[in-house]
Design a protein around this ligand. Structure first.
Ligand SMILES: CC(C)(COP(=O)(O)OP(=O)(O)OC[C@H]1O[C@@H](n2cnc3c(N)ncnc32)[C@H](O)[C@@H]1OP(=O)(O)O)[C@@H](O)C(=O)NCCC(=O)NCCS
Length: 164
């Protein structure tokens, strides 16, 4: 498995990837019922501004298939950032999400950000458990009912977590 920054040409990998993401996982990621991701949304996900955002794609080296993606968008102030993550559904529960989160956290720390934050649906137990184990603090999202806000102050991250 190769983990590298998402590039424009990876737009071509999205349709095959999304074919193997369940509607439920799309809801957990985008907080809305959608049976498919529109080409417009894929276009938006691909065209991020590298000065203020980063996305890493996991690729199966042998087949070139996209296995997952984790992204990080800076807040307006540029000191903190918000992440989101999505995997091929049948690959869940084998440690790929953990690996990608660790990679994103190491990148954020290296970039000098103060914290990374995410919004997670309250019923998304896997994500909340994983964030807890990674050291994130969890509170009820002040703006949205049924949503938790998870925050990781990067000065609290152990070097052991982000070492390769
Ligand atoms: C949430 C999501 C990214 C998690 O990824 P995943 O690959 O399924 O999760 P992992 O297998 O890496 O980790 C899950 C489990 O392993 C633990 N774990 C994995 N690797 C570990 C490690 N090296 N050390 C300690 N714990 C580890 C996690 O805490 C968790 O525990 P459990 O299996 O006992 O429940 C994935 O399920 C997904 O894409 N879901 C749909 C979209 C979504 O919910 N996105 C989040 C909103 S932004």
């Amino acid at each position: 498995m190769l983990l590298r920054p998402l590039r424009l040409e990876d737009a071509a990998l999205y349709p095959d990837f999304l074919k193997e993401v369940t509607a439920e996982d799309l809801r957990l990621r985008f907080f809305a019922t959608m049976h498919e991701v529109s080409p417009e949304l894929i276009d938006k996900l691909i065209h991020y501004d590298p000065a203020h955002a980063m996305a890493f794609i996991a690729i199966e080296e042998e087949s070139g298939r996209m296995l997952g993606v984790v992204r990080l968008h800076d807040d307006a102030g540029g000191e903190n950032a918000e992440f989101a993550i999505l995997l091929r559904s049948h690959l869940k529960g084998h440690g790929l999400g953990w690996l990608m989160m660790k990679h994103m956290i190491a990148y954020a720390k290296e970039k000098g950000l103060k914290s990374v934050r995410g919004q997670v649906l309250a019923e998304n137990r896997t994500m909340l458990l994983m964030c807890g184990e990674l050291g994130f603090h969890t509170i009820d999202d002040p703006g949205e009912r049924g949503v938790k806000q998870v925050t990781l102050p990067l000065d609290e991250v152990s070097p052991l977590l982000t070492s390769p």
